[in-house]
Write a protein that binds this ligand. Structure first.
Ligand code: NAP
Length: 252
């Protein structure tokens, strides 16, 4: 029988873990035995509810850490706080993300800057800070949550697509830099997943997005969390620099 708690003893930081894909990932990690730092920005009560669920449902060590990832120093601070609270850091999931959609012709500078800062630059700052202890301990697992929009583009999302494509470049370059120290760096590229990010879109927008998906439905946060968990399992140690699509065939 396979090990029911393959992440026992591992310490994970998951950003954007108060809701959606990040929450599902934190739950999957705790179920697999990991201690989890649940990072959030604006919803401390949601993050605390996740921490309570991790402790009660899975007996996990869990803490909530607040940081606005628009601030570069806050990003590095999250890694420091995780190391202090959990005694180290083995796994990082850069999942926090925002959208500020508009056609490029109408896109405001602030909306470009905010999306690049939170969806791309913060991930770089967190990776750089986490690599220090990971290189020292000669072990680490990093997963960056990109998007199908970063693979095939999306009209109305030039800022988001640029950030998510940038994350893929970051993932592949870092993977090459640190592979020899048993640190893997991978990305997942979700398609259209049922979370606050998508369920707030107009019904007509949702319907036309679903019509383009070969599987004929939106994905769930749990389905993305399964892919992320797979990439951090001990037996996935030879997979690095990979972009795993979780999109119901959207980019097939
Ligand atoms: P979501 O439900 O909107 O949750 C976003 C998360 O990011 C929340 O935990 C939020 O924290 C956090 N966050 C937002 N702004 C932040 C900031 N300035 N600093 C720190 N944290 C911040 O999103 P989701 O749908 O689960 O998406 C998670 C990731 O998957 C994102 O990177 C997204 O781009 C990517 N993705 C999603 C889809 C999809 O269809 N849903 C598809 C492809 C890729 P608070 O709760 O505290 O605000």
């Amino acid at each position: 029988m396979s090990d029911p708690r393959p992440l026992e003893g591992r310490r994970a930081l998951v950003t954007g873990a108060s809701r959606g894909i990040g929450r599902a990932t934190a739950m999957a990690f705790a179920k697999a035995g990991a201690a989890v730092a649940v990072a959030y920005s604006a919803h401390p009560e949601s993050a605390e509810a996740v921490v309570t669920a991790l402790r009660n449902d899975h007996g996990a060590t869990a803490i909530a850490l607040g940081a606005d990832l628009a601030d570069p120093s806050a990003a590095a601070g999250l890694v420091e706080q995780t190391v202090q609270a959990l005694g180290g850091i083995d796994i990082v999931v850069n999942n926090a993300g925002i959208t500020r959609d508009n056609l490029a012709m109408r896109l405001a500078d602030d909306d470009w800057d905010a999306v690049i800062a939170i969806d791309l630059t913060a991930a770089f700052h967190i990776c750089r800070a986490a690599l220090r202890p990971m290189l020292r301990q000669r072990f680490g697992r990093i997963v960056n949550v990109s998007s199908i929009a970063g693979v095939i583009g999306n009209a109305g999302q030039s800022n988001y697509s640029a950030a998510k494509a940038g994350l893929i470049g970051l993932t592949k370059s870092l993977a090459r830099e640190v592979a020899s120290r048993d640190i893997t760096v991978n990305a997942v590229a979700p398609g259209f997943i049922e979370t606050d990010m998508t369920t707030t879109l107009a019904d007509a927008v949702q319907a036309s997005a679903i019509a383009a998906i070969p599987k004929g439905r939106m994905g769930t946060a749990d389905e993305v969390a399964s892919a992320i968990t797979f990439l951090v399992l001990p037996e996935s140690g030879y997979i690095t620099g990979h972009v795993l699509h979780v999109d119901g065939g959207l980019a097939a």
